[in-house]
Design a protein around this ligand. Structure first.
Ligand code: ATP
Ligand code: MG
Length: 462
């Protein structure tokens, strides 16, 4: 495992290096692409234009030769000199042939072209010649061949043109690489800074220093999201940490009280201080029942948290089930003079696990009982709404402080109000109830106001 991790790490590279590499690749590719496309497009798009302007020029040359010839009726060395100049100024090769097609004169390659050709290794063979007859008084006296380099790029006047283009491209290339390096450094810094802070926060969380987290400032949406998620994770873990500590002390407390009672009773029996009569024994039994409930709750909770809850489903008459749970609670409520009211619609059915549904209602009703003062009021209602069965238990008891409501379904969570009253719960009832309601595909929610009362709502989809 360790060697696998180190292998992976050794083949990893930092974001800034990777970004830099990609930026440079992209820049090189773009410049190469632009160079190639501009060369190709010069060839493609300008070739027609150049061909046309060439033939226009060619005609001018032929006219010039015809004019020189008709002035003198022959081509002496002076008029040939004129044609040579013309050839040089137009950067073409002019060849003259007589009626029998023998070459009688050639201007040779002009100087400018010669230089270029020397560089590119171009000879007269690389020229394309076009032939035009030239005539005097309507009858042909010979042929003029006009030669130009085959490649259009080469023919665009001189090598300087290409040199300039290539220098510009080379400059652009260097400039773009510098820009690529600068911007990749800038961009990676912009992204990396918050990432480093988030990484540091994760380390702080690892060491449990939840209150030392760095503030991450970024205008990058994803990084902001990531940092918020890490902060939420920290909050959650901090809370779980506190919960775990509290849970240990809660359980210790829950165990200590009944065990102390049992111990003191048994000691008194043994010392002969008390006779183990039914009254004393029932106190001991009550404490044992409390301990048993605690153990059952804990084991219930661990099953629910470790595996899927297995429901033993059948068609349940929810109305009857709720009525019977309420009935079983009646003596308890009466003992506290709490006014109990039912609004239970008949014959509402649901496919579910009767025992588990029973457990949910017992938990909710026992809360209503525990957290409602004497002479209080509790309303239990069951209604059919479209395709849902809606159960609500409303009391006018002590209520739940606003800041506790969002935690109320978490295991071992008890609001300080209930703690102060010494109602002796473990804070598991609602956790179990929610898990069971959700296993039935339902939803449970709580509305409450401190000092005014609480309403628990359960909704099952039929
Ligand atoms: P137990 O595990 O024995 O049920 P508990 O009643 O304390 O213990 P839950 O039923 O999970 O635990 O309830 C959690 C907390 O929610 C309670 O401690 C109490 O603070 C608050 N609570 C629940 N129902 C009510 C209610 N009807 N009125 C006021 N507070 C309530
Ligand atoms: Mg409870």
């Amino acid at each position: 495992m360790a060697s696998g991790t180190s292998l992976k790490v050794s083949s990893m590279t930092g974001i800034s290096r990777q970004l830099g590499k990609h930026f440079i690749y992209i820049t090189m590719l773009s410049v190469a692409f632009i160079t190639i496309t501009s060369n190709v497009s010069i060839n493609l798009f300008f070739s027609d234009y150049i061909k046309e302007s060439r033939s226009r020029n060619d005609l001018k040359i032929v006219q010039y030769v015809e004019q020189v010839y008709s002035d003198e009726n022959r081509l002496d060395s002076q008029s040939l000199m004129g044609i040579l100049h013309y050839a040089y100024s137009e950067a073409v090769t002019i060849r003259l042939r007589d009626k029998r097609n023998n070459v009688v004169w050639s201007s040779g390659t002009p100087d400018t072209m010669y230089n270029m050709m020397k560089g590119n290794g171009i000879t007269e063979d690389n020229l394309t010649f076009r032939s035009y007859p030239f005539s005097k008084d309507g009858s042909q006296v010979g042929t003029v061949d006009i030669g130009r380099p085959k490649s259009i790029i080469t023919s665009i006047n001189d090598a300087q043109f290409l040199n300039t283009i290539n220098t510009v491209f080379a400059g652009a290339f260097l400039f773009s690489i510098i820009i690529a390096i600068l911007s990749s450094t800038r961009i990676s810094k912009k992204f990396l800074q918050p990432i480093y802070l988030i990484k540091e926060n994760a380390k702080l969380i690892e060491y449990g220093k939840y209150d030392k987290l760095n503030e991450v400032r970024t205008n990058t949406f994803e990084l902001h999201d990531l940092s918020v998620s890490v902060e939420e994770l920290a909050e959650r873990l901090e809370y779980q940490d506190a919960l775990r500590k509290r849970m240990t002390s809660d359980i210790a407390h829950e165990l200590r009280t009944p065990l102390a009672t049992i111990q003191s009773h048994i000691e008194a029996f043994m010392d002969g201080v008390w006779e183990p009569g039914p009254e004393k024994l029932s106190i001991v039994l009550d404490e044992i029942t409390r301990l048993t409930k605690l153990i059952k709750d804990l084991s219930d909770l661990s099953t629910m948290e470790s595996d899927e809850i297995k429901l033993n489903k059948s068609q349940v008459n929810l109305s009857m089930l709720l009525n019977s749970v309420v009935e079983s609670f009646e003596p308890l409520f009466m003992s506290k003079s709490i006014h109990l009211e039912k609004e239970i619609q008949n014959d509402i059915e649901l496919s579910g696990d009767a025992d588990r549904l029973n457990q949910i209602f017992v938990n909710i009703l026992s809360n209503a009982y525990k957290y409602t003062n004497e002479t209080g009021y509790v309303l239990i209602s069951l209604k059919q709404l479209k395709d849902t069965a809606m159960i609500s238990v409303t009391d006018n008891g002590i209520g739940i402080p606003r800041e506790d409501i969002k935690h109320i379904f978490e295991r071992f969570y008890r609001s300080d109000l209930s703690r102060n009253r010494g109602t002796g719960g473990t804070g598991i009832g609602l956790t179990i109830s929610r898990a069971l309601v959700e296993a039935h595909g339902g939803r449970i929610s709580i509305e409450s106001e401190e000092g005014r009362g609480t309403k628990v709502m359960i909704e099952f989809i039929k």
